[in-house]
Design a protein around this ligand. Structure first.
Ligand SMILES: Nc1ncnc2c1ncn2[C@@H]1O[C@H](COP(=O)(O)OP(=O)(O)OP(=O)(O)O)[C@@H](O)[C@H]1O
Ligand SMILES: [Mg+2]
Length: 210
């Protein structure tokens, strides 16, 4: 049975699609059978996948964009056929995003170290808690150090929220890879962004089965 990770956060632009794509590429690099589902009407990852088809560096992964009544049955099938299923959800409350959270073994909530991202995630956290899902926050576009980072991590700790043991920095390499339909591990395998994507993939694996 697959490890199902739903990437969810109501705040637009927090990094859901970037993280879902980069985790998918990182798990594919490990040789896992990866399914990536875009259930956001913006279809960001559907476009990423189209570009992917033209790149020789892209490792095989299964992509689908199921919506509505098709989503639960697609999830059931891919849970059986894959090692990892990643879902990229919309930045607003919709029933597909709720289905994704309910189906997830892990709800991954990206946030940039900013008050706006901290304040916007409560609805997602409440739903994950209500559904009894394992939760992990991940800092995205995080500086290596600084006062704001300290304040945000202190607030996360104060609230007793679980923070993934790996973060992604603010790196053009992520956006650059995305432009070619790739993850950082494929576009620049020796780069810092690739190392961060692999570290996050490993940190989440450690949460599997919790
Ligand atoms: N770690 C990062 N370093 C640099 N740029 C990043 C990083 N993460 C995301 N971005 C950029 O930030 C923007 C928003 O990222 P992304 O589309 O992944 O967010 P999202 O949460 O999926 O947005 P939406 O809520 O609209 O679906 C994009 O331009 C992306 O390239
Ligand atoms: Mg998105």
């Amino acid at each position: 049975m697959a490890f199902v990770i739903a990437v969810a956060q109501r705040k637009g632009g927090a990094g859901k699609s970037t993280i879902a794509a980069n985790l998918a590429a990182a798990y594919a690099e490990e040789g896992a059978r990866v399914a990536l589902l875009d259930i956001d009407p913006q279809r960001t990852l559907a476009r990423w996948d189209e570009l992917r088809g033209r790149s020789a560096k892209a490792r095989p992964l299964h992509f689908e964009a199921p919506t509505g009544w098709r989503l639960p049955s697609v999830l059931d099938r891919l849970r059986r056929e894959s090692d990892v299923v990643l879902l990229d959800t919309a930045p607003h409350d919709d029933s597909d995003a709720r289905t994704a959270v309910r189906a997830a073994d892990l709800v991954l909530v990206p946030l940039q170290p900013s008050p706006a991202d901290l304040w916007s995630m409560d609805a997602t956290l409440d739903l994950a808690k209500k559904e009894g899902r394992t939760l992990a926050l991940v800092l995205n576009r995080a500086p290596a150090s600084g006062r704001l980072l300290d304040q945000v991590t202190a607030q996360i700790a104060q609230r007793g929220l679980p923070l993934a043991g790996a973060a992604l920095g603010n790196r053009t390499a992520f956006a650059q890879a995305f432009m070619s339909g790739l993850g950082a591990v494929e576009a620049a395998p020796k780069g810092v962004a690739a190392a961060e994507a692999r570290a996050l993939a490993a940190a989440l694996r450690a949460l599997q089965g919790r």
